[in-house]
Design a protein around this ligand. Sequence first.
Ligand SMILES: O=C(O)c1ccc[n+]([C@@H]2O[C@H](COP(=O)([O-])O)[C@@H](O)[C@H]2O)c1
Ligand SMILES: Cc1cc2nc[nH]c2cc1C
Length: 354
Amino acid sequence: MKTTIARIAIRDRDLGQQARAHLDNLTKPPGSLGQLERLAIELVEMTGQAFPAVVPPAVLVFAADHGVAAEGVSAFPQAVTAQMVANFVGGGAAINVFARQIGAQLEIIDVGVASEFPGGNIERGVVHEKVRPGTANFVDVDAMSRDEAERAIDVGIRAANRALDAGCNCLIVGEMGIANTTASSAVLAVLTGEEPARVVGQGTGIPQALLPHKQTVIERAIAARRPDRSDPVEVLAKVGGLEIGAMAGAYLGAAARRTPVIVDGFIATVAALLACRLCPGARDFMIFGHRSQEPGHAVALAALNAAPLLDLDLRLGEGSGAALAFPLVASATRMLAEMATFDSAGIAGSESRE
Ligand SMILES: O=C(O)c1ccc[n+]([C@@H]2O[C@H](COP(=O)([O-])O)[C@@H](O)[C@H]2O)c1
Ligand SMILES: Cc1cc2nc[nH]c2cc1C
């Protein structure tokens, strides 16, 4: 982790200025492509390329279980994590559909699934990087040890490096883990100092009436574990999750290689906040794909000063919202590279008006 963080450089603002000038020469009123223009400049600054490439993208989905599921905080049983991993391998989940649509390489990483995969161990189709078979119930004991938290982050760094070594130019990072909205809310409450009441939500769809119970579970855990909010690895170890750590690692890995990464929904954004607390410079390489319906997402986005590209009422996870945002990111790069300039198209610019 330390060597990866040490490699994270700042954005190339000078090249961004040149991209601004180029954008203003393209055949459109200056600024008329709005946020897409800002996105294009950000991509230039991130990659250090005047004409950045984001294809092909890679989707990384980190799966893990959570001991806190035993508190009855999810609408679904823990076994669904392993069952959904089997579904990812079979190609039938939403992220499979969207990854195929955008021509993405898709990798599923088991960083801590607790239950057996249906039909036995899945040898092919899953990268086996299990740090431990699920976290412990953090109401009673720490979710994991500090060493395990660091190993989970390293799993994510390795996954990012594999995708980039394979020639992918943009990362889309997602997760699967029953009860991970409880862990994410706990991490977010600690990192931001917000009341758990402000960051708790229905996750997979628990009834409104169960929200006070979920909130109490988070409050009890934070009171018992007392994580030091200035130590992100400790927060992850005490009240976090293995896939949350791995996602944070993947963002660090992308940033270290100047590669844009599209952040998905609530859990993914809490992991992004964790990565930024480990290394503030990682923020410069993040694009926020969508605004999740989970109420804590707004808190996490505000903590990162982030404005997502889409708002589609999603609350799925898996990287689905980030994958849906990818075509916009690709459009920004194609606008830069393929649009004609006023000169090349023989069109009068606004400055030639009498
Ligand atoms: O990405 C989101 O914003 C999001 C919001 C709510 C739920 N999820 C997904 O639902 C699971 C966690 O929900 P829960 O209720 O089991 O904590 C996990 O697999 C996530 O991928 C994801
Ligand atoms: C079916 C199902 C699919 C998911 N994908 C991400 N989280 C999920 C949670 C459930 C329950």
